[in-house]
Design a protein around this ligand. Structure first.
Ligand SMILES: NC(=O)c1ccc[n+]([C@@H]2O[C@H](COP(=O)([O-])OP(=O)(O)OC[C@H]3O[C@@H](n4cnc5c(N)ncnc54)[C@H](O)[C@@H]3O)[C@@H](O)[C@H]2O)c1
Length: 356
């Protein structure tokens, strides 16, 4: 393996380009090739980041380019097939979130990685944020004591991405708000509290704004837009519910792309020694007791570019310097929770999480 990790990008769209920037800035890897079936996107991304080896498909890139690893940055329905093909070609894989459309696909990816003896790292970039890392350090140092409940609030008021495009078409995305942005913070809380043993879920998914199509009122530029009113919206734009873990730990969540409520974003962890609130747009807070007083501690922390830190961690995992921070197995656990949320909503009752 050369000094810098040679990485191929599968999918040169919005987040594929973010990876290209982050790889350049990481100092440990280089973008050795890119592929995308959309010739215009391929050319624009290649020119912007000065990458000459460009291919119309992952198949062609995997065959011809000399690579150590790939980043899968395609619509969610393509994660599993392209990751499995990359493992068969002998590559390590950094796959964007969500791991796949469902847990069955995520398991296939883990099996392919194990068979090839390669790393599968999932793109849970929020974990690398300075405040996430600070919270992990505090929790590992025992400052929260035993964590027993967690809150996830991610309420976008009008934030449906690419209405009518792949994000809002179940066949390509596997779901809406929950699988798109909810996954980041569900993963964060499960990682922070080391909760890889989900047991039962009671949840409901709603689809109230997207189906209005032309009558969906929003302001400004649509992320992943503009809307395609002839396209499909058959996913959730609001998800709410509760997850029970094996060790009497619970997590309640509310995630929306669109809802008539105050726009808000935060996660909270409640422990018997301390609690923490983070990712609300302000500095994180530790709620605790100090010298016989109830106290709020506002620690300073180092801000980090999560995408750059993610690539530095990936290079370390691939070269065996440190274990993979977001292994595929954790992606399977998270997708199992998401599958259970869908099932609970469909059946209108609490359901068991099927982990294998
Ligand atoms: N980590 C994050 O914060 C974050 C943010 C946004 C999106 N994402 C994830 O990144 C992925 C891509 O999202 P996006 O916003 O960049 O979408 P996008 O539509 O902008 O880009 C996807 C690209 O993949 C290409 N593509 C489709 N099939 C392909 C194939 N078989 N081989 C190669 N290229 C293919 C498309 O032509 C397109 O250019 C999704 O899984 C999404 O959930 C992650």
């Amino acid at each position: 393996m050369s000094k810098k990790l040679k990485i191929g990008i599968i999918g040169a769209g919005t987040i594929g380009k973010t990876h290209m920037r982050a790889i350049k800035e990481s100092g440990v890897s280089e973008v050795a090739a890119i592929c995308d079936p959309d010739a215009k996107i391929l050319e624009a991304a290649g020119n912007e980041y000065g990458v000459a080896p460009r291919y119309p498909s992952a198949k062609a890139m995997l065959k011809k380019a000399s690579l150590d690893a790939v980043v899968v940055a395609t619509p969610n329905s393509v994660h599993c097939p392209e990751a499995v093909a990359a493992f068969k070609a002998g590559m390590h894989v950094l796959c964007e979130k969500p791991t796949a459309l469902n847990a069955a696909e995520a398991r296939k990816m883990v099996a392919a990685a194990n068979k090839a003896d390669k790393i599968l790292q999932i793109g849970m970039v929020v974990r690398y944020d300075g405040e996430s890392m600070l919270a992990k350090e505090y929790i590992e140092d025992g400052l929260l004591g035993r964590i027993y409940h967690m809150h996830l609030i991610l309420r976008r008021r009008r934030g449906i991405p690419g209405l009518g495009g792949w994000f809002t078409t179940h066949e390509h995305s596997g779901g809406g708000a929950l699988i798109d942005c909810g996954v980041h913070y569900l993963d964060l809380l499960m990682w922070l509290s080391d909760s890889w043993n989900p047991q039962r879920v009671s949840a409901s998914l709603y689809s109230k704004f997207g189906p209005r199509m032309k009558n969906y009122l929003y302001h400004g530029k649509m992320w992943a837009g503009p809307p395609n009113y002839k396209g499909t919206f058959n996913v959730d734009d609001y998800a709410g519910g509760m997850i029970r873990f094996a060790d009497n730990k619970t997590l309640t969540f509310e995630v929306s792309w669109a809802a008539n409520c105050k726009q808000e974003n935060y996660v909270e962890l409640l422990g018997d020694k301390g609690g923490m609130r983070l990712h609300d747009g302000n500095a994180p807070v530790l709620y605790t007791e100090h010298n016989n007083h109830v106290a709020d501690i506002h620690p300073q922390f180092e801000k980090k570019d999560g995408f750059v830190a993610q690539h530095q961690a990936f290079a370390k995992a691939v070269t065996g310097k440190t274990p993979c921070i977001v292994p595929g197995e954790q992606g399977v656990a998270l997708m199992s929770v998401i599958d259970a949320i869908h099932k609970s909503s469909e059946q209108n009752k609490e359901v068991a999480v099927r982990l294998s």
